[in-house]
Design a protein around this ligand. Structure first.
Ligand SMILES: Nc1ncnc2c1ncn2[C@@H]1O[C@H](COP(=O)(O)OP(=O)(O)OP(=O)(O)O)[C@@H](O)[C@H]1O
Length: 294
């Protein structure tokens, strides 16, 4: 697994890799970042087995005879290693289903999801559980933090489940608090945090085990626009620092703008893909540069 070196991250630089070449912009997109960077989809140093590649995904819920139209009706998606993809579309269009199939939470009715030389769709439940624990991170709309545990222990949990000792897990978790603007909040219970703080703790938990891909389902859905921008800045920066790809389901174009690519889902199919478009709002600013200690 190749990782970016946090020490080489220029201070204040937005962590937006260039748009993936697999995306065909429907019109010339304007990146909110003035900073041009290496396109990870053509960079020979990037490990291409860490591209997440879905082909002809079909998902039908329920029994075949009683099932309605498929929630996914033949979807192709590529998330090149180190890039970020926003998944947009109307309610009920299949966004969450797509995220769950890509992340190995749901097994599709048909199609493939290639990750590190294997097809996730063909794995046993046990293998998918192991994969989700070791290779993937998750951020949901409401942090889904364990209410009885201090914030730092919530972050350390994925490491401890991966058999890292408590002391080391807690130290690695604590190291993420300063870059995420959470210093001093390590011992607070989730109920004692604001919504934005809780989501930043959830981001730390999703990334602490250095996953290859982070899946986020409406990660800012419960937040106001300012807090939402801060959370997205932290999420995209930390993902870029650790070399993780990012898949973000969102209704919000201001959230999608933080990603390097976007797909629009309609009735279980990809209706368009490209580069997130500017909305006329000011370009996102990055509140602080994250640094990560390994
Ligand atoms: N567990 C399930 N059992 C049966 N049908 C389901 C299930 N989950 C989702 N669906 C159906 O699959 C379709 C796609 O749902 P999905 O949740 O993926 O859409 P979405 O785009 O994420 O919607 P939203 O934006 O409202 O969250 C919808 O018609 C939904 O009713």
């Amino acid at each position: 697994m190749s990782h970016h070196d946090p020490a080489r991250m220029p201070a204040g630089a937005p962590a937006r890799p260039a748009p993936p070449s697999t995306a065909s912009p429907t019109s010339p997109g304007t990146s909110p970042s003035p900073q041009a960077s290496v396109d990870p989809s053509v960079d020979p140093s990037v490990d291409r087995s860490r591209d997440l590649v879905a082909r002809d995904l079909v998902m039908t819920y329920g029994r075949t005879r009683t099932a309605g139209p498929p929630a996914l009706g033949g979807v192709d998606v590529t998330v090149p290693a180190g890039t970020s993809l926003a998944v947009m579309g109307p309610s009920g269009s299949g966004k969450t289903t797509l995220l769950h199939v890509l992340a190995g939470i749901l097994r599709p009715t048909g199609g493939q999801v290639q990750w590190r030389g294997r097809d996730i769709a063909r794995m046993s439940d046990r293998e998918r559980t192991k994969l989700r624990r070791e290779d993937f991170g998750f951020v949901f709309q409401q942090g889904m933090l364990l209410p009885e545990l201090p914030a730092v222990e919530n972050v350390a949990l994925p490491l401890m489940l991966g058999r890292v000792g408590r002391a080391e897990a807690t130290a690695r978790a604590a190291a993420l608090f300063a870059p995420l603007g959470l210093s001093g909040l390590e011992k607070r219970r989730p109920g004692e945090l604001s919504g934005g703080q809780a989501q930043r703790v959830a981001i730390a938990r999703a990334l602490v085990a250095r996953p290859g891909v982070v899946f986020a389902d409406e990660p800012t859905g419960a937040l106001d626009q300012t807090t939402s921008a801060e959370v997205m800045a932290h999420l995209t920066q930390l993902a870029a620092h650790t070399g993780a790809s990012l898949v973000v389901v969102t209704h919000d174009e201001n959230v999608a703008r933080w990603c390097t690519g976007v797909v629009h889902v309609r009735d279980g199919r990809i209706a368009g893909h490209g580069v997130p478009q500017p909305t006329g709002a000011p370009a996102p600013t990055v509140p602080r540069t994250a640094t990560v200690t390994r």
